[in-house]
Design a protein around this ligand. Structure first.
Ligand code: SAH
Length: 415
């Protein structure tokens, strides 16, 4: 009974209804299980990942309402046409959702009371709820959002630093795509407790909408580098990016959107074939299998040779530069030998390298190298003709590395 509470249908207990409900739960349970197998393509994932379906733990509350922010314009128009509404109605509603950032249907004052009531019965308008925000001294802002099943995710707003870039009014949002992460990179806080579930498209889109609303800033760039492996939640990711990109929604250009992956080879190729010109970043963190194996278990499934072949495919199909992210971890991957090997790889692929001094995670043994060592690594890459940036850490005082704020919040809640 509790399961249907949000659907507003507490009296429906017929055997047929129960059978449907059991089936729905089975589908969701299968969906949970497929999360661990790398690049799920099965039907269970397709069903669980479709627009509007909250894919949640069995113990949590399930909604049968449709998430409005999972819908493309044509989906909403089709729903409204069935209700006999005129074609312009969808645009009116979308303006309220994305331009006015309305948080309730009651705010949509140019719609009739009857329509607002019907919309609120059938659609969920908000998919995330802000629990906490934390400001770092460098004005990076981190948001902890709660989802309908009480799961927690993180989103970070990173303003460009005046003086470092030409456009100081640029605001980048770092978005999460899963609750937790299945890939267990040894240095990362996000994967410490495994993966709970994929985010729906609405939950991905709503991070951007709420970040804009809470900060009062217009977001210009998106990096999919928050919690989770975006390419393991492929269908929801692409749907969300289509909405983020659409002029009727957030209108953020595809070239201003970067997807970062641990290195899922088949999905990198699929991304290369997408009509949207999304940018690709690959978390390399090691220039040989030996180093990568030590810190990234995914390398056993997709060793460097296969990963770099997928990068080749991306670069040749897209005719665009890609980026390698490379965390510098003291004594693990920061030798000059690794720098030379990385230089050769990046050179062949005409890739940029983004060096990130490791952000220590409580309870993990890894350390950040001395600044001079990071500089030396960068210098070596540059000697190969590579564009290599050494990230000035932003937000370290607010636990801005992946998954850290969420872990801290959960630890505080347990204490
Ligand atoms: N799963 C995707 C995106 C999420 S992680 C990926 O692996 O690319 C975004 C980036 O932050 C990745 O490059 C990841 O390796 C890096 N990262 C994770 N923990 C970090 C830490 N403690 N310090 C610095 N970077 C970290």
């Amino acid at each position: 009974m509790q399961l249907d509470r949000r659907a507003g249908n507490p009296s429906s207990t017929s055997p047929a209804h129960n059978a449907v409900r059991r089936r729905r739960l089975q589908v969701r349970f299968q969906t949970q299980k497929t999360l661990d197998c790398g690049e799920p393509t099965g039907r269970a994932m397709d069903i669980g990942a479709r627009a509007g379906a909250h894919c949640v733990n069995l113990s949590s509350v399930v909604t049968t309402k449709t998430d409005l922010k999972s819908l493309l314009r044509e989906d909403l128009s089709a729903r409204l046409a069935k209700w006999g509404e005129p074609v312009y109605r969808a645009d009116q509603i979308l303006r309220w959702v994305y331009q006015q950032q309305a948080e309730s249907f009651d705010q949509m004052t140019n719609l009739s009371a009857e329509l607002r009531q019907r919309l609120s019965e059938q659609f969920e308008l908000n998919s995330v709820r802000a629990l906490k925000t934390r400001n770092a001294t460098d004005t990076t802002e981190k948001f902890l959002f709660q989802l309908h099943d009480h799961a927690l995710i993180e989103t970070v707003l990173i303003p460009a630093t005046p003086g470092l870039t030409t456009s100081s009014d640029r605001h980048t949002v770092c978005v999460s795509t899963q609750v937790g992460c299945a890939y267990g990179c040894k240095f990362c806080a996000s994967g410490l407790e495994g993966v709970k579930r994929n985010l729906t498209a609405a939950e991905i889109v709503d991070q951007v909408v709420h970040t804009q609303k809470l900060s009062g800033e217009r977001v210009s760039n998106i990096v999919i580098m928050g919690m989770g492996e975006p390419l393991a939640n492929y269908d929801n990711l692409i749907r969300a990016l289509r909405i983020i990109n659409a002029p009727w929604a957030l209108g953020i250009g595809a070239r201003k959107i970067t997807v970062s992956t641990v290195g899922l080879v088949l999905r990198i190729k699929q991304l290369a074939d997408e009509p949207m010109q999304i940018r690709l970043a690959v978390s390399l963190h090691g220039a040989t299998d030996e180093v990568r194996d030590r810190i990234m278990p995914v390398n056993k499934k997709y060793p460097l040779k296969e990963l770099l072949a997928a990068c080749d495919y991306y670069v040749n199909t897209r005719k665009r530069m890609m980026t390698f992210e490379y965390i510098l971890i003291d004594g693990v991957n920061d030798s000059l030998e690794q720098a030379h090997k990385l230089g050769a790889i990046a050179n062949r692929l005409h890739a940029k390298v983004n060096l990130i001094p490791y952000n220590p995670v409580e309870g993990l043994p890894w350390k950040r190298p001395e600044r001079s060592r990071c500089k030396m690594f960068q210098h070596t890459l540059k000697s190969h003709g590579i564009t290599a940036t050494l990230r000035i850490e932003k937000g370290t005082d607010i636990n801005a590395a992946c998954g850290q704020l969420r872990l801290r919040h959960e630890a505080e809640a347990r204490a």
